[in-house]
Design a protein around this ligand. Structure first.
Ligand SMILES: NC(=O)c1ccc[n+]([C@@H]2O[C@H](COP(=O)([O-])OP(=O)(O)OC[C@H]3O[C@@H](n4cnc5c(N)ncnc54)[C@H](O)[C@@H]3O)[C@@H](O)[C@H]2O)c1
Length: 233
């Protein structure tokens, strides 16, 4: 089941996967949407094996607004948390309920490198992604203590070239320079791809990772490994 609030984009993904996929609108902020789509998944497919909590926003979707700790508005702070954190909470809640039918499943939450380090220009994004990290552990431990074989893990991408970057990269002659500036500090020297994230998610979703829960996979081209800068001789 492919879900989104971008109906055209979601329909296109489901069409490309036909006959394996359906698209349904699911606004991750709305509990009623989770209830109806999870019920439809159980009706249509008989069970829920995997949930990937992937929906996320930076807060810059409609152009540049202050998102630093001093100038961000409460409204914009809450809007980012509503999608990135409330959405993950609701997804986990309703997936656990559905997965109780089979006593097993895999939940994969998409956090971010921004949830592991401070990001002065994107405070709400960083805060929400850090909370996703800890909620992942809580869900993993909760399911384990309930005797459920429901695993919950998080992935931490950074600098993956997707439409999320468009408002920050812009167009025109300066786009290439902005891309170079972003990847300058990435040890592998490039943006990552959505496929590279998907491979890690697939592993966590699959029975290849049945001993992994409450755990973390970082996909950041080496950013968090430190620095390869050397003093000049
Ligand atoms: N691209 C990166 O560099 C990067 C880095 C770290 C983490 N992430 C995370 O990866 C995930 C995917 O992001 P992406 O880079 O593909 O960005 P994207 O903007 O291309 O995709 C995000 C998707 O979420 C959907 N969405 C937004 N609000 C929603 C809502 N309320 N309900 C349902 N769907 C909603 C959007 O329509 C869009 O299809 C996000 O959680 C993001 O925070 C991305």
């Amino acid at each position: 089941m492919v879900t989104d609030i971008d109906d055209a984009g979601g329909e296109a993904v489901a069409a490309a996967l036909e006959p394996c996929a359906l698209y349904r609108r699911l606004d991750v902020r709305l509990e009623s949407d989770w209830e109806s789509v999870v019920a439809e998944v159980l009706d249509t497919f008989g069970r829920l094996d995997v949930l990937v909590n992937n929906a996320g926003i930076t807060g810059f979707e409609n152009g540049p607004v202050p998102h630093d700790p001093e100038h961000a508005s409460l409204e914009s702070w809450r809007a980012v948390h509503a999608t990135n954190l409330d959405g993950v909470f609701l997804g986990c809640k309703h997936a656990i309920g559905a997965m109780r039918n089979t006593l097993r499943g895999s939940i994969v939450n998409i956090s971010s490198r921004s949830g592991l380090v401070g990001i002065p220009a994107a405070a709400a994004y960083a805060s929400s992604k850090a909370a996703v990290r800890n909620h992942t552990r809580t869900v993993a431990l909760y399911c384990a203590e309930q005797g459920l074989r429901i695993r919950c893990n998080a992935v931490f991408p950074a600098a993956i070239l997707t439409p999320m970057w468009e408002p920050m990269l812009g167009g025109g002659a300066e786009r290439e320079e902005r891309m170079r500036a972003i990847t300058r500090d990435v040890p592998l020297g490039r943006f990552g791809t959505a496929d590279e994230v998907a491979h890690a998610v697939l592993w966590l979703a699959s029975d290849e990772s049945t001993y992994t829960t409450g755990s973390e996979v970082v996909l950041d081209g080496g950013l968090l490994a430190g620095t390869s800068a050397r003093p000049s001789s």
